[in-house]
Design a binder for this molecule. Structure first.
Ligand code: ADP
Ligand code: MG
Ligand code: ZN
Length: 602
């Protein structure tokens, strides 16, 4: 310790001395003899006010007859008498003054050079010193190339596999990975190669990061976690250097797991992007590939990565020997949602009558994150109503908030408009309830919510992975039911259907161009999707079909829409009395659901 203190003390002392010296220098320079231009010197000589000129190199020290000293400089290398003569000083005047020429000593020259370089040297030294200090002191200041990975040792597991629900297969796969690390002999004895990489794929909010944390908690081996974007920095080469550092650390701690979250930040197709082929990201990716290839079979390091954009990943990352295991975490099904609801309901007092199964049924397409959000919203609503526990009412309300945004009861709607909205929603509901291909209607409301003036909520009976054309056609009719009701009742149309129309058109177009559901065009797909290289987002569609086909596509889309429109009109005109009754009831009570609603359809 003492030697270190002495060294540091010495360095600080030197810094203080230098600072003082610099100040002194500036101070003394400002109080020394005033400096005048050479022309002033010549004028003084002409007017006989100078007694002596001391020449030292190019520096002049002039002593006036009054005894005052001033300094000046002449042209480098020129003779002082020539300079003065050129400025109109006669030989006679020169004779009156003493000119003393001092040859500058060797030392003086060196000193001058040294003094001009000294500050530079000092600054350089100081920087070097700071750098050493920063690196030895474990400070972040100058360690750009160091990996920022956080290491978990699993001593205090915060998340376990029990906290992840609804992704049974993914859980199995990862439990196996954990086993690989804990008992590698079991697998190597049978000649199995331990997987090098596990890639977790799935839409956002489906528990990829959560799953990785569960692995960290369960594995009982060190777990390094870093996000893909943390490799990317302002400086070129930093990413690759961080990767090297990360893997070095990992190898020292093997067996262990390295987890790179959101790997698409660096793992994008090489050669994509506007930066040309030598993009910084590419170098980082290359380094990851090199490191993964560099593992020996007995280095027990498993690389886990997560992404929701597998389509933009570089194919090299996906080949066997790298991320040779893919684990898919998809949106949960009904049972999954029920389990996730149970997990997140822990620690939240639920009322007796709460049936989470019903909520799970009402939330198709919700991700784990949405469900967590839903329960949180429900808890907040219950607190706002000063309740001691969360009841079904709050849960239902929260589902709608998550789907459509908060209710806007304060929005004032004129009676006239209310009537239109009521008939519009009643139209949707009635068409949906009458067609076999539509999901049963769960709720109709004319309270505006988010951007919508009213809404009709269908409730799928179970999760569906395949859709028939007839279902799509019924769905289109349901979407157009609102507009059809307006036409039928008011003989006029409003802007209220714009969102319905947009959705219907999109669906019809997909039926034709993606699902090959048009008889006229047959089982073909049309158009190639274009992606924005940096955002990875679709920006448009490239046409790979002729003008004639484009025309047929438009015709077919129109045909699907027209058919649906006719169906909706037919259903509504057959049930006009029901439509009017439903709309009147909606105006009275604003929201209809459950048995009340079913009674209206009967
Ligand atoms: P991502 O897949 O985008 O990384 P996260 O793992 O960050 O999603 O999930 C966000 C949150 O959603 C988690 O913290 C967790 O609370 C909740 N969640 C998501 N999926 C599940 C699941 N399968 N089981 C339980 N909770 C989940
Ligand atoms: Mg994540
Ligand atoms: Zn509508």
């Amino acid at each position: 310790m003492s030697s270190r203190w002495v060294r540091n003390g010495l360095i600080y002392l030197i810094i203080v001395v230098i600072v003082v010296a610099l100040f002194y220098n500036v101070y003394s320079a400002s109080t020394g003899p005033t400096s005048v231009p050479i022309t002033t010197v010549a004028k003084d000589v002409r007017e006989g006010r100078v007694s002596k000129i001391l020449v030292s190199g190019d520096d002049l020290t002039i002593t006036r007859t009054s005894g005052v000293e001033v300094v000046s400089r002449k042209e480098p290398g020129a003779d002082i008498t020539d300079v003065l003569t050129n400025l109109g000083v006669t030989q006679e005047m020169l004779n009156n003054i003493t000119i003393e020429v001092q040859t500058p000593s060797e030392w003086g020259g060196w000193l001058a050079i040294l003094s001009s370089f000294l500050p530079l040297l000092l600054i350089g030294g100081l920087l070097l010193f700071m750098m050493r200090q920063a690196q030895s002191g474990n400070s972040q200041a100058l360690s750009f190339g160091k990996s920022r990975a956080r290491m978990f040792t699993g001593d205090q597991p915060t998340v376990t596999f029990d906290d992840v629900a609804g992704v049974v297969e993914a859980k199995q796969e990862l439990e196996e990975v954990v086993e690989f690390l804990q008992e590698p002999e079991k697998f190597t004895a049978l000649g199995a190669r331990i997987p090098k990489g596990v890639l977790m794929l799935g839409p956002p909010g489906c528990g990829k990061t959560l799953m990785a944390r569960a692995v960290a908690g369960e594995a009982e081996v060190p777990f390094f976690s870093i996000s893909g974007s943390e490799f990317v920095e302002m400086f070129v080469g930093v990413g690759a250097s961080r990767v090297r550092d990360l893997f070095e650390q990992a190898k020292r701690n093997s067996p262990c797991i390295v987890f790179v979250d959101e790997i698409d930040a660096v793992g994008r197709h090489r050669g994509a992007g506007l930066g040309g082929s030598h993009d910084e990201r590419e170098q980082t990716l290359n380094q990851i590939l090199v490191e993964m290839d560099g593992f020996d079979t007995d280095t027990n390091v498993i690389v886990m990565a997560a992404t929701n954009r597998p389509d933009i990943l570089d194919p090299a990352l996906l080949r066997p020997g790298r991320f040779d295991r893919r684990v898919i975490l998809d949106l949960p099904d009904m049972n999954g949602r029920n389990d996730i609801l149970k997990i997140h309901a822990k620690g939240k007092p639920l009322a007796e009558e709460v049936n989470l199964k019903v909520i799970a049924k009402q939330t198709p397409g919700f991700s784990g994150a949405d469900i967590e959000n839903l329960l949180n919203e429900a808890a907040i609503l219950a607190a706002r109503r000063d309740k001691k526990s969360i009841s079904m009412e709050e849960l239902q309300e929260a589902v709608e908030r998550v789907i459509a945004g908060p209710e806007r009861k304060s929005r004032l709607i004129r009676d006239e408009e209310k009537e239109i909205i009521a008939h519009h929603e009643a139209g949707h509901a009635l068409v949906m309830a009458s067609l076999p291909g539509c999901d049963p209607v769960h709720k109709v409301s004319i309270v505006s919510r988010g951007m919508a003036l009213g809404y009709t909520m269908p409730l799928p009976e179970d999760d569906r992975y395949l859709m028939q054309r007839s279902r799509f056609q019924d769905e289109l009719a349901g979407l157009l039911g609102g507009r059809a009701a307006e036409e039928l009742i008011f003989d006029d149309i409003t802007t209220g259907a714009s969102n319905d129309l947009e959705r219907a058109t999109k669906l019809a177009r997909r039926m034709v161009t993606e699902y090959g559901m048009s008889d006229k065009l047959g089982p073909l797909t049309f158009g190639r999707k274009e992606e924005l290289v940096f955002l990875g987002r679709e920006i448009g569609e490239q046409r790979n079909y002729s003008e004639e086909v484009a025309k047929v596509i438009d015709e077919e889309v129109r045909r699907f829409i027209n058919q649906a429109h006719e169906t909706a009109l037919r259903v509504l005109s057959e049930n006009k009395d029901k439509l009017v009754k439903l709309a009147q009831r909606l105006i009275e009570v604003e929201t209809l659901e459950g048995p009340d609603l079913e009674a209206m359809f009967a």
